[in-house]
Design a protein around this ligand. Structure first.
Ligand code: UD1
Length: 362
């Protein structure tokens, strides 16, 4: 059985790593990695392949950046060619980026089965490109692998059949636990941050969502809150290329206590945030990873498609105003005391996914 495992952007790489690794133990499965090239800078792509122990992709589509339409179209054209020549039995897509959308549409129109890992998540905010990607992918996929109860409920409400929805846990947490185990043997970081204090004495931050950084007033409000927090806590801030571009365009400055870093590889990033006092982020994945490790998290967004992190985990939704972020910052330390780890976030999601696929393709 030939399976194409698709990845294109940074958050995909953490998810395909455990799926690929687990595929090697499934008899009769020929799992091939397709990299769409949505992310292409060394630190956004190859650095992750190296850190996550993912082999070189069998297919590289070289799509690159562009408007949503251009990027999606380029991926579709290139992916169609390899699907037609290689005829996979199943296309497995992860997450909610443009590569997820593009490849699921192409496969489905060629009558190839599609499996969506991390299916069913909904922010109910259609101004978010990822929400459109999630909804379209889930409208046409054949197998849905969900990470939390809300994903299952959303899919059933949208008319997907009970048999097609599989609550398997979270492959990103598989990867996190695997990497943490490996990290135990590593002493220190190769990345020296000037002024970095001891464990638990700094904050770690990521910010890259278009709704936060492409609008000057929103970005200024967020920067104001962060500068305030930085009066009491050093903030380590690896800067995404989009954010860097917008900081320059809007002439936004951060206090000296906010240490601007280049985008970090997976291990470097984990090494820093796992010991942070608090994480501030607008990423999807970090909301979940902090919940898995019991680290306070302030999410700089109006909504989340990952409600379990707020209901059970350590996540506090802050909105995007200065006041909202400062209030969430005050609240989140208390929340950790009652937080717990969501069901099935135990490092075995990839195994469960292959079990389902194996049984379905008998
Ligand atoms: C994409 C995903 C988003 C995910 C994020 C993680 C979509 C719709 N969005 O957003 O869900 O959270 O990845 O990073 O798929 N760029 C570089 N080098 C690169 C890649 C991008 O400099 O290797 C710059 C380019 O100027 C590009 C911009 O970043 O135009 C945005 O890249 P793009 O992949 O379009 O979207 P992201 O904001 O990264």
């Amino acid at each position: 059985m030939k399976v194409f495992l698709v990845a294109g952007a940074r958050p995909n790489f953490m998810k395909i790593a455990p799926i690929y690794r687990a595929s090697l133990t499934v008899p009769g499965v020929d799992c091939r990695i397709v990299h769409t090239g949505q992310h292409y800078d060394h630190e956004m792509s190859q650095a992750f392949f190296d850190d996550l122990e993912i082999p070189q992709p069998q297919y590289f589509l070289d799509a690159g950046s562009g408007s949503h339409a251009v990027q999606t179209a380029k991926i579709m054209v290139a992916f169609e060619k390899i699907c037609e020549s290689e005829k996979p039995d199943l296309v497995l897509v992860v997450g909610d980026v443009n590569s997820t959308l593009a490849c699921s549409i192409v496969a489905k129109k060629l009558l190839i089965k599609v499996a969506h890992v991390e299916a069913g998540l909904r922010s109910f905010d259609l101004s978010m490109p990822e929400e459109i990607n999630r909804m379209v992918t889930d409208a046409i996929s054949d197998y849905f692998f969900v990470t939390e109860e809300s994903g299952k409920l959303n899919l059933l409400r949208e008319g997907r059949s009970v048999e097609s929805v599989h609550f398997v846990g979270h492959v990103m947490i598989d990867n996190l636990l695997y990497q943490l185990e490996n990290m135990k043997s590593v002493q220190g970081s190769t990345f020296n941050v000037q002024g970095l204090k001891a464990k638990g004495q700094y904050a770690f931050m990521t910010l890259h969502r278009p709704s936060n950084v492409d609008d000057k007033n929103t970005f200024l409000g967020i920067a104001g809150a962060l500068n305030e927090i930085a009066k009491e806590l050093i903030i380590l801030f690896p800067v995404h290329p989009r954010t860097k571009k917008m900081m320059e365009q809007f002439n936004i400055h951060f206090s000296d206590n906010i240490k601007l870093l280049p985008p970090l590889g997976f291990k470097e990033s984990l090494f820093l945030w796992k010991d942070a006092k608090i994480v501030l982020t607008d990423s999807g994945g970090l909301q979940e990873e902090t919940t898995a490790l019991g680290i306070p998290c302030v999410t700089i967004r109006e909504n989340t498609e990952r409600p379990i992190t707020v209901e059970l985990g350590t996540n506090v939704l802050a909105g995007t105003t200065k006041e909202g972020i400062l209030k969430a910052y005050e609240q989140c330390f208390a929340k950790v005391r009652t937080a717990s780890i969501p069901p099935l976030w135990d490092g075995k999601a990839a195994e469960r996914i292959w079990e389902v696929i194996k049984n379905s393709f008998k």
